[in-house]
Design a protein around this ligand. Structure first.
Ligand SMILES: Nc1nc2c(c(=O)[nH]1)N[C@H]1C(S)=C(S)[C@@H](COP(=O)(O)O)O[C@H]1N2
Ligand SMILES: [Mo]
Length: 334
């Protein structure tokens, strides 16, 4: 991955967050007061609706906007401050639209996320091509506030709206031969012009993969929104993976294919630089990238005078996944 310059967003442009934080405080208070509602099943009752809703227009069909607006709020305690919407949607990696962090926000309006189909293939009882709307009609949307740690040593905290990948995969009845799940991004030089550019580090389409156990882990999401709105194109509309304990490049955007495989599938950054990017890509402060340290990270917003450097945590702080890697040498399997 290219080493990027510091963010270009001046600190003066940072959207004030009080709206989001105030709203969250309100949700907490109503939760505390409404203990009866909580006991009766808070997810369906008092806390339906995401806690964090950006005051932004994101074009999306009514059926999707409505579904996202009804997502169950994340009620877990999150100590990290959210990264403002403006940064989440203007500081992006989406090489299909260019290398610079502001390219995806500037150039992704050529992407047409609706209507959208996802092909499901491979080692499963049920395969075929499915409309996004049909896929979403069979899952429950939830808000999840997750840290996102890029391999380039910057990070954000994002309130996603999505559903557990495992809840979808089960519906296709994977066979006993399904050991991995492979994902593919759209390939279309009209919608993704930079895929046609002559000098490139990636052989399109972008591909990624997980072990079956990783894919079925309840932390693993397919996201359709963030900050209570549909995903902006630059964040991977209309459907992208979110694996919070792995480096951001595993969280593949604008997915058109999901395939159950017996063999470990190829992954884009591993193909382009195998010594630098592995298949596992678990966040690990003790295993440095060959060209830089992974011990710390720049938590966005980060500026010249307040770089906001923090310690990187093992598995990005999601210790509950440690059991997935018992007996695996994480230095070799980086
Ligand atoms: N198809 C595709 N998916 C992708 C990328 C990409 O270039 N193309 N970049 C990855 C990287 S390196 C990161 S850090 C995250 C960034 O997600 P965000 O822009 O929504 O923060 O997307 C990942 N998914
Ligand atoms: Mo990344």
């Amino acid at each position: 991955m290219l080493i990027q310059r510091p963010p270009r967003i001046p600190t003066s442009e940072i959207t004030p967050e009080p709206i989001y934080q105030a709203r969250r405080q309100f949700m907490r208070q109503s939760l505390a007061l409404g203990s009866a509602a909580v006991a009766a099943g808070s997810v369906a009752g008092a806390v339906a609706k995401p806690s964090f809703v950006a005051d932004a227009d994101v074009a999306s069909p009514a059926w999707l906007s409505q579904k996202i607006a009804g997502a169950a709020a994340d009620t877990s305690e999150v100590n990290d401050k959210l990264t403002p919407y403006k940064h989440v949607t203007t500081y992006n990696n989406f090489y299909e639209f260019g290398y610079n962090k502001d390219d995806p926000a500037k150039h992704s309006d050529t992407l047409k996320p609706h209507p959208w189909k996802v092909e499901v293939a491979g080692e499963a009882g049920k395969t075929g091509s499915f409309n996004l709307e049909d896929i979403l009609s069979k899952v429950e949307l939830q808000e999840r506030v997750y840290r996102l740690r890029c391999v380039e040593a910057w990070s954000m905290v994002i309130p996603w709206v999505g559903f557990e990948l495992g809840s979808l995969l089960k519906q296709f009845n994977p066979t006993s031969r399904a050991k991995y799940v492979a994902f593919t991004t759209l390939k279309d030089t009209e919608q993704m012009p930079a895929q046609g550019s002559a000098f490139g580090t990636i052989d399109w389409p972008y591909v990624e993969g997980l072990t079956m156990a990783e894919a079925m882990h309840p932390l693993t999401l397919l996201a359709v929104g963030l900050y209570g709105k549909a995903l902006p194109n630059q964040n991977g509309a209309p459907l992208r993976l979110v694996v919070p304990w792995k480096y951001g490049f595993k969280s593949i955007k604008s997915i058109v294919k999901i395939e159950f495989t017996e063999e470990q599938p190829p992954t884009s950054w591993n193909i382009s630089a195998p010594r630098e990017y592995g298949f596992y890509a678990n966040v690990n402060p003790k295993v440095d990238h060959p060209r830089w340290s992974q011990a710390t990270e720049r938590r966005l917003p980060s500026g010249l005078f307040s770089p906001n450097i923090i310690d990187t945590q093992m598995f990005n702080g999601y210790d509950e996944v440690a059991s997935l890697y018992k007996g695996l040498d994480l230095r070799k399997n980086f």
